[in-house]
Write a protein that binds this ligand. Structure first.
Ligand code: PLP
Length: 422
């Protein structure tokens, strides 16, 4: 099975004539269509809202597109809040789901009037100290159920080993204290499994959080105004993998809502999501040129991109499909390791991958890099961050972030003592 890139060789050549490879390119049409499908799938819920996880693709042009599709932002740091604010996304259009939160960050979130999601019960006092103009009307609390999170017989993740969130007792205590401080409405949040490719994750998580909401409401009398299912819906990185069906997921959550919340008289609760990967991963490609080939104990193809542009393969051994542009229909009769140039042997985008015959100068597309791609980049080995390009709906392209230059790399040194060439 093959994955089809959203750009052609001709388009890649057109772009690279102005913006040299490597670069990340994003598909505006795909991003918009997908955001609309998600919204439609949850349209049964009156208050439904997607808060895009900014960390997945922190680029204001991308945030603006998602804003136009009705999404807010999920931020976890001061700079993410600044970026969101720069796009005009503020107040309750922002969810602040941070942990180990510095005071500066918490203060910024408070000043912007965003939904603050507290990672721990001790953060109640932290927020109280910062809230010099009174406590927010609504506060969200992050839940950690402990134990293991299972779907059927499959263990999806181990919340008891995760640093996030608080226990149910701590949540009840926090709610009681927050009510004394004047907080009127509460949100509940949990993120229990990542990159799930089953349609059952959200419905199961929703079921647990809906029951929790009923128990917390009964224990404290608090008004729960939203439940945040967070991120975790995955994408089909491998061509043979099944895709999630967002309509089935939306309906699955609706069924649990009607079974659990409606009978409890709690059917004014809004459903929020904080998807990152699902919103952007398939709509980004890392486009790179073949610089070298070598034939030793294996066949190697060396690209001008490296793990500094896309860390997932090196960090998680993650699979990313690769297309050689212009050779989409060629038979995959060669086996290569496709590498970057870092002095680390895990800098391999593909290991023993069947591909068509590759020549120096070929342009390759690494698929599904739109989320947690550019954003996890770094400068190891003095490698510079790449450009980001938007392929617009009308087929034209726009540079939405220039590539770094050596000057950017050296900018944080005190340059009066040293002079960095060029
Ligand atoms: C990373 C993260 C997300 C987004 O996760 P995806 O797997 O990209 O959907 C959402 N919420 C929080 C709190 C996160 O840390």
């Amino acid at each position: 099975m093959k994955k089809k890139p959203f750009i052609t060789l001709e388009q890649a050549r057109q772009i690279s004539a102005q913006i040299p490879t490597p670069f990340h390119v994003y598909d505006e049409a795909g991003i918009r269509a997908n955001a609309r499908e998600l919204k439609e799938a949850f349209s049964w819920n009156k208050g439904y809202r997607e808060y895009f996880a900014v960390k997945a693709t922190p680029n204001p042009y991308i945030l603006k597109i998602l804003k136009e599709e009705g999404c807010g932002c999920d931020c976890a740091s001061y700079t993410e809040l600044l970026m969101s604010e720069a796009v005009g996304i503020t107040g309750h259009d922002v969810m602040f789901s941070s942990n180990v939160t510095p005071e500066l960050d918490m203060r910024k979130a408070y000043d912007m009037g965003v939904y603050i999601n507290l990672d721990d019960a001790t953060y109640v006092e932290f927020l109280e100290q910062i809230a010099d103009r009174g406590m927010p009307e609504t506060v969200c609390l992050r839940y950690n159920p402990g134990g293991s999170f299972c779907l059927g017989n499959t263990i999806m993740d181990m919340p008891r080993d995760a640093k996030y969130g608080m226990t149910e007792d701590q949540m009840a205590g926090a709610i009681n204290r927050l009510q004394q401080l004047g907080v009127k409405h509460f949100g509940i949040h949990a993120f229990l499994a990542s990159n799930t490719t089953t349609n059952e994750y959200y419905p199961e998580l929703a079921s647990q959080l809906f029951h929790l909401a009923v128990r917390l409401h009964n224990a404290t009398g608090a008004h729960i105004s939203f439940i945040n299912l967070s991120g975790g819906i995955g994408v089909d990185y491998r061509p043979e993998q099944p895709r999630c069906d967002i309509r089935v997921i939306g309906e699955g959550v609706r069924t649990r809502y009607e079974q659990i919340l409606t009978p409890a008289g709690m059917d004014d609760i809004a459903i929020f999501t904080e998807l990152g990967r699902y919103m952007l991963a398939p709509y980004g490609h890392l486009v790179s040129t073949v610089l070298h080939q070598k034939h030793i104990y294996r066949e190697y193809v060396g690209l001008d991109a490296c793990a500094a542009n896309l860390m997932r393969p090196a960090m998680y051994g993650a699979y990313h499909y690769i297309t050689v542009l212009g050779k989409e229909d060629a038979i995959l009769d060669h086996v290569y390791d496709v590498t970057g140039g870092l002095c680390e042997n895990n800098d391999k985008f593909a290991v023993q991958r069947s591909l068509p015959q590759i020549d120096v100068g070929d342009i390759v597309v690494i698929h599904d890099t739109g989320a947690h791609g550019f954003s996890m980049g770094y400068n190891y080995n003095g490698k510079l961050r790449s450009a980001e390009v938007l392929l617009k709906e009308d087929g034209s392209f726009q540079l939405i972030r220039r590539a770094e230059t050596p000057k950017d790399y050296f900018a944080t040194f005190d340059c009066t003592e040293f002079t960095f060439g060029e």
